[in-house]
Design a binder for this molecule. Structure first.
Ligand SMILES: Nc1nc2c(ncn2[C@@H]2O[C@H](COP(=O)(O)OP(=O)(O)OP(=O)(O)O)[C@@H](O)[C@H]2O)c(=O)[nH]1
Ligand SMILES: [Mg+2]
Length: 684
């Protein structure tokens, strides 16, 4: 029998902006519960969760890490996630593993980019949310102001469950035993606000409350969970991970008030693909078939490939035979583990709510579903939405002959990281890697060097321009070649039409009466697709175009595949040339945090870079959050520029917004550059 039943388990992700103190808070919680002897620090590189050498070097979490503790009779799993925008893919990936997302807010910096995003992502995934305001010990923090800003940003359902007292040295409870004096606001008022909010989800209780003016605390539990589940309540609590204020209280809140696996909203599984996919509800019942989801894959130097998963249904034991997704061959678990950072703790059984790990299973991959029945085939999780990788580097091996090793290393890294993409451009024989930012790219290169011992040279970020057309037109080509005996013949007529931005490419076959025999249509499409890779204006990929092939001619003897590939290609080039082709560039949303007095300089700089401001907010006293949009190509060296304008105080993050046409001057430059390199390539 497992020691903990699902109702005695809490599974929580600590999320929030980089530097808000999630890893330090995990440390404080583990130490307070006695799971570790004393808390380590990020500065010394002694924390449970930042165990990777690169995490110690960067002093930031780079991947989700898992730890567990016991408080009373309850087991708590904590998932410490990265908060830097460059590594946010790993935090998003961990959301389906938990009932509760605790969004940690830095009391000094206030609401930051990832605070906003995480509140939205967690809501979209139907998670219960709580807000933890950390660093209440720090100098010059405006806690009442921050609470008001959180309520303005995320709604009146953000209600304090405790309040700071003695100038941030401790907290006073506003829910269980509301008495005492806080540094601001009133404990009684905070208590009634919470009760008022909770009873709103239960009509009977509300009637009773209105009549009697109070309700017993036990009666509040079920509606409290309902309010959390429905997003009708977002409890706010205060802590200092550094001096320990509010940490014991937070443990109590997690155990007494946060949902167990039977009280949360389970993630959405689907059976089958596309429109036929049917929803599958995982039930947190240890007796049912196993359904678990792998949200992290890591390579451990001692035990090899490790899959970290959350059990949503059934019980995983050492005798379990599990299938990975559609694989036909099951593997025997043998050693189910709990994780304490990098330590593997062997255990008998993992039940719904538990986070566990299996080692030495090569086929395990990020986002895989583990199950123990063929009936559960083709089950997958509702896909997660990740930010688009916008930062690209062209890489080349430093040593000849390393190509294969580099490709292997890159694919292993991509298998762990949903926001890292690899592309090989065959035309110019170049490998392009893309991720979420400079630091993400640096991390990939460091991992390649440290772990896989391959080094590469890099070219500056390549902007992923695209080409598209703005008008309908027609194209035609007759390919005819007579070389000695056998000839080549193929003729193609086609039309092109612009599609909505983001639709990609469509190929339509409207050839009537076998003017082009059926078996040659794929060849025509192949020829057309060759052009898509390197567009006619400046060699960038062509997007958002429909090609309709409607007529052609063939020859009984001389028509061959190659002839129709060539004809399709030329006909498409002919059509695009007449369809007013343009170059599109990526535009990003940018959020800049900087001291108020630098606002003028930052705004001036952005508008000189074709950028637009869309709004400003006060994130903390004296600090502004500036939002805008700017073409990605204008952000080269922005880190350095912002640093010099703000004397090192500013920071920024970007995310993809949309593709827009480039101004004519820019298009002319890009086309000229392309013409030059094309000539150069031909000369070689
Ligand atoms: N004054 C004060 N500093 C804190 C507190 N908690 C954390 N810090 C400091 O804040 C910095 C960032 O802490 P981390 O725990 O690494 O923050 P994080 O949220 O894990 O950051 P990422 O891993 O980048 O997302 C470190 O220098 C900590 O020592 C706190 O309660 N008070
Ligand atoms: Mg961290």
């Amino acid at each position: 029998m497992p020691k903990f039943s699902p109702v005695a388990i809490r599974t929580i992700a600590l999320t929030g902006h980089g530097g808000s103190g999630k890893t330090t808070l995990t440390e404080a919680l583990l130490a307070k519960a006695g799971a570790i002897n004393s808390p380590g620090t990020v500065e010394k590189g002694t924390t449970v969760c930042d165990f990777d050498p690169l995490e110690k070097q960067y002093q930031h979490s780079l991947n989700a890490a898992v730890a567990h503790l016991q408080h009373g009779d309850t087991r708590v799993h904590l998932v410490d996630t990265p908060g830097l925008p460059d590594f946010i893919g790993r935090a998003i990936g961990a959301l389906p593993a938990v009932e509760t997302a605790a969004i940690v807010v830095n009391a000094q910096n206030g609401i930051e980019m990832i605070t906003n995003r995480m509140m939205q992502w967690a809501k979209k995934r139907d998670l219960c949310r709580m807000i933890i305001i950390n660093k209440i010990d720090a100098e010059n923090v405006d806690l009442p102001g921050l609470l008001a800003r959180l309520q303005a940003a995320f709604g009146k359902e953000c209600l304090p469950i405790n309040l700071p007292a003695d100038g941030g040295k401790r907290v006073v409870d506003c829910f269980f035993n509301p008495s005492g004096t806080a540094d601001f606001s009133s404990v009684e008022e905070a208590h009634s606000a919470l009760v008022d909010q909770v009873v709103e989800v239960d009509e009977e209780l509300m009637a009773k409350y209105l009549e009697k003016g109070e309700v017993a605390p036990e009666e509040l539990h079920a509606p409290f969970e309902k309010a959390l589940r429905e997003g009708h309540l977002i409890p706010v609590c205060f802590v200092s991970a550094r001096n320990g204020a509010g940490v014991a209280e937070l443990l109590d809140i997690i155990v007494k008030l946060m949902p167990n696996p039977t009280e949360g909203n389970p993630p959405q599984f689907l059976k089958g693909q596309g429109e036929k996919a049917q929803p599958v509800h995982a039930e947190p019942d240890p007796k049912k078939h196993v359904l678990a989801h792998v949200f992290k894959v890591m390579i451990d130097p001692f035990v090899g490939k490790v899959g970290v998963f959350r059990v949503h249904q059934g019980t995983v034991t050492k005798d379990s035979q599990l299938f990975i997704g559609e694989n036909r061959k099951a593997f025997r678990v043998s050693h189910p583990y709990l994780l304490q950072g990098k330590e593997f703790v062997e255990t008998d059984a993992l039940v719904p709510g538990d986070i566990g790990a299996v080692a030495k299973v090569d086929e395990v991959r990020f986002d895989a579903v583990l199950h123990d029945s063929h009936d559960e085939d083709h089950i997958h999780l509702l896909p997660l939405e990740f930010p688009t990788p916008m930062h690209s580097l062209a890489i080349e091996p430093r040593r000849r002959g390393d190509e294969q090793k580099i490709s292997d290393a890159l694919h292993k890294l991509a298998a762990e990281d949903p926001t890292f993409k690899i592309e090989h451009n065959a035309t110019i024989n170049q490998t392009i890697i893309s991720g979420l930012g400079d630091l993400h790219m640096r991390y990939v290169l460091d991992r390649m060097a440290n772990q896989y011992h391959v080094e590469v040279t890099t070219q500056p970020p390549r902007i992923p321009y695209r080409e598209t057309i703005t008008a309908k037109s027609e194209g035609h080509h007759r390919h005819k070649k007579q070389t000695g005996g056998a000839g080549q013949f193929g003729e193609v007529f086609l039309k092109v039409e612009p599609l909505k931005r983001g639709s990609g490419f469509e190929f339509v076959d409207q050839v009537k009466g076998g003017a082009i025999p059926h078996q040659f249509i794929p060849a025509v499409e192949k020829g057309v697709r060759q052009v898509l890779e390197t567009g006619p204006v400046a060699g960038y990929p062509v997007h958002d175009v429909r090609v309709i092939v409607y007529d052609g001619k063939y020859h009984d003897v001389d028509s061959k595949e190659v002839a129709f590939i060539a004809a399709g290609k030329r006909a498409f080039m002919d059509a695009i040339g007449k369809a007013r082709p343009i170059i599109l560039e990526p535009v990003v949303n940018i959020e800049i945090t900087a001291p108020e007095q630098n606002m003028g300089d930052i705004a001036g700089d952005l508008s000189s870079k074709r950028g637009q401001l869309s709004g400003t907010d006060t994130s903390a006293p004296g600090t502004l959050l500036i939002k805008g949009q700017v073409p990605l190509s204008e952000l080269a060296n922005y880190q350095a520029r912002l640093k010099s304008v703000t004397a090192g105080q500013g920071s920024f993050s970007i995310e993809f917004s949309r593709y827009d046409p480039v101004p004519p001057g820019v298009q002319k430059n890009l086309a000229e550059q392309h013409a030059k390199t094309a000539v150069h390539a031909e000369e070689q």
